[in-house]
Each structure stands twice: as C-alpha cells, then as structure tokens.
Write a protein that binds this ligand. Sequence first.
Ligand SMILES: Nc1nc2c(c(=O)[nH]1)N[C@@H](CN(C=O)c1ccc(C(=O)N[C@@H](CCC(=O)O)C(=O)O)cc1)CN2
Length: 288
Amino acid sequence: MAQLIDGKQWALVSREETAKTVSDLKTNGFTPGLVVILLGEHPASMSYVKGKDKAATAVGIHSELIQLPTSTTEAALLQLIERLNHDDRYHGILVQLPLPQHMNEETVIRAISPQKDVDGFHPLNVGALTSGLPGFIPCTPLGVMKLLAYEGISVEGKNAVVIGRSNIVGKPMAQLLLRANATVTICHSKTHNLASFTREADLLIAAIGRPNFITGDIVKPGATVIDVGINRVDGKLCGDVEFSTVDHVAGFLTPVPGGVGPMTIAMLLHNTVEAAMLMANMDTDKAL
Ligand SMILES: Nc1nc2c(c(=O)[nH]1)N[C@@H](CN(C=O)c1ccc(C(=O)N[C@@H](CCC(=O)O)C(=O)O)cc1)CN2
C-alpha cells in the first residue's frame, strides 16, 4: 500500500505557521487583508470562497467576501477591482474562477494589481515564475511543492510527469518542478502513448480533470503520485487517479478529498501574508 500524504493535516501545519506570522504583524499594528470576489452562485465555487473567507479569518487575516450576481457586467467588475487595487486595507485580491460566460478571464485577471494578485495568475507573475524571478505562485501547484517538502520528498534529478497544461495548475506546476531541478515532461489530452511517459515517472502529477484516469497499470512502482483532480461523479468527489489500483503500486499518494485541495487554501493565506509584507516593505522573497 502507498503511504498516504495527509493534505488536511499539512494544511493545518501551514495555517499555524501563517497564523504566527499574522500575530507578529498585528503586534506591530499591521493587519493583512484579503478580499475574495465571487460572481454567481455556482455551488462548488460558493463553498470554496466561504472556505477561503473562514480560513483567512481563522489565522487573523482581515477577510472580506464580495458576492455579486451573475448578471454583473464586466465593466462593473473591473471598476470594483480598480477600487480595491487602491484600498490599503486589502493586500490580496482574488476573483474566484470560473467566471460567468460573458466575462473575459484574461481581462479580469490583468485588472488585478500584480502586487495584490495572490492567485499568481497575472501575466507579470506568470512571467516572473517562468523567468525564475520573485512573484506570486498559483496556490495549487505551490501547495503541491509544499506537500512534497513537508514529506521530505526530493524532486531533484527525478523524472516528473505533469498531466495537464492549464494556466492554474499544469503549466505553473511544471515550472516549479523545473526550478527544483526535476526533469519535467508535460503530457495532455493530445499526447500519444501517454502510458509510456507515466510508466517512467518517479513523480506523477495528475491534473487533467478526468475522473479515475490514472490507473495502477500505468504507474511506475514506488512512484509519488499527486492527484490534483477534483471531479464529481454521481455527486461523489473523486480525483484523476483511480485510488483502488494506484494505491497498490505507488510509494506515496495523495487522496481526494484531503490531499492537495486543503493546501490550495493554506497557500492562499501564505500568499496574502507575503503580499501584506511586501506592501509594508518588510523582508519577503516576493518583491516584483
Ligand atoms: N481564483 C481561483 N479560482 C479557482 C482556484 C484558485 O486557486 N483560484 N482553484 C479551484 C478551486 N479551489 C479554489 O478556489 C479549490 C478547490 C478545492 C479545494 C478543496 O479543499 N477541496 C477539498 C474537497 C472539497 C469538496 O468537498 O468539494 C479536497 O480536495 O479535500 C479548495 C479550493 C478553481 N477555482
């Protein structure tokens, strides 16, 4: 059986570290602030933003959740973001994705000040990561790197295969692994003979959005398998990895739920505190 990586537990550890930093900042009269914007009433998104708001408040961050109707115009959203960019109470601004269909994701992301872009989605932050410069790193891949570090799993020199090429997970994940000296391959829906890549992977990151796509027969024995998938099948949550078969082959494995997901929110809190310290000209590695 694979050794399970308990993301819920590690997220608590990370959140405690963040709470300590926030407490020190508050002692110096400085409170980090986060504003989360949700458009519409998508049930999963509503649950995620409420989770973010609750987790931020729990570590002492001043948190505000702005819920707007789906019918909100893009112009109104851009105006709100512009106001928040200049509001000193908020060091982090996050717009929950996906957006309603009438909005252009790129336009909205670009409107957020790169210094407050705690999601790390702004092109300046994306470019910084690609160039090896300081900047904000998207929360889910950052959470994966943190999980590996907490578990003492080194990626240097390893064959890392990332399945999926989204801007939120796949691409930044590959960049982070490259930065940590892994040999990185990105596979996707058009990859021929995917199994020939996955069977060589010491570290396999599944972020393709297809339920139970990775089965035990295409995993290298002893590999570390990280499941980033969040799929709902018949109302039940499952990952991109078929747990029942991969559990017998992998060395380490993240479950869904309770693996990478909780780390996403923990890393948002971390990034928000980094943004606050950056704005207060305190020592941080994120200077853009
Ligand atoms: N602006 C953003 N939008 C979205 C992001 C993001 O990072 N920034 N990521 C995802 C959704 N997401 C955070 O927003 C997210 C997804 C899942 C979890 C999580 O803790 N999952 C739990 C299960 C929860 C459940 O029962 O549904 C787990 O895996 O254990 C947290 C955050 C898309 N949008």
